[in-house]
Design a binder for this molecule. Sequence first.
Ligand code: ZN
Length: 304
Amino acid sequence: MQVALKIDVDTHEGLKTGVPAMAAMLSREGVTASFYVAMGNDNSGKAIRRIITNRGFLTKMFRTRAVSMYGWRTILSGTLLKARPVALAFPGLLRDLNDRGFEVGVHGYDHVRWQDRIDELGEAGIAQELEDAFEVYRAVFAQEPHGYAAPGWRANAVSMRLVDRAGLLYHSDTRGKTPFIPWIDGAALSTPEIPTTLPTLDEVLGRERLPNAAAVAHFYLNRMDAGRLNVHTVHAETEGIGQLQSFTALIHAMKEAGAEFLRLDAVAARLDRKSIPVCPVVRATLPGRSGWIAAQGDPAAVSA
Ligand SMILES: [Zn+2]
């Protein structure tokens, strides 16, 4: 069983508190992972204000303990309080992750702007987000990133073409089953897409009764496919702060099941581009998540 852990870091607090805790636990367990960090400002207060008006928000807020997880500083960031930088606030921490053998990739510039407004930004707006994000990455690491993970699994034809032109090893923008080559507007892109294959903990906790860490580990292990690559996205703000115990229990369970842990750049390096399917990217909704996400479509829908 192969497992790639994709750790999304959306906020200042997530990077400051969640990432060091997760990295320490993973190092102790001898497990590698890939971190994707928002390179620009933390405007997460805007996103939280938006979901507050959604139906079912309060149930989710209580079950996932959003306030204890994010803290009021994050909930108000970019609204009542000034937005704080994410990556640029902790460049030493990011370089340290890299030195310790973790992969660090790009998770957009302004996470909230990308997630909420990708369809309004247009080609120039999306190009600007990518340019700003890659510029911060270069400033921190003095090298080019290998991977991009779209904030909120939101991608459209314009963003996919622009990311494709960045010359990365791979991107991880969608939810799906297997790595694939995206088919966009009648043409195949050149960069492979490695989709997230499992539901996220915040999606699961809003719907399932999982009373303890062992129940969470059991839930995930039951959904993992021994025959192929499992890509699990976790969040610095969730598994790194309030749910570190559940995440640690899951790591133990996967190790006991004989999992081989891979960074996503290592997955990409092993891919045989000629043998992976060419698939369209479609919009879908997921149980426990509000709004649409980009998903791997049916390869049969691609006409040569
Ligand atoms: Zn994110």
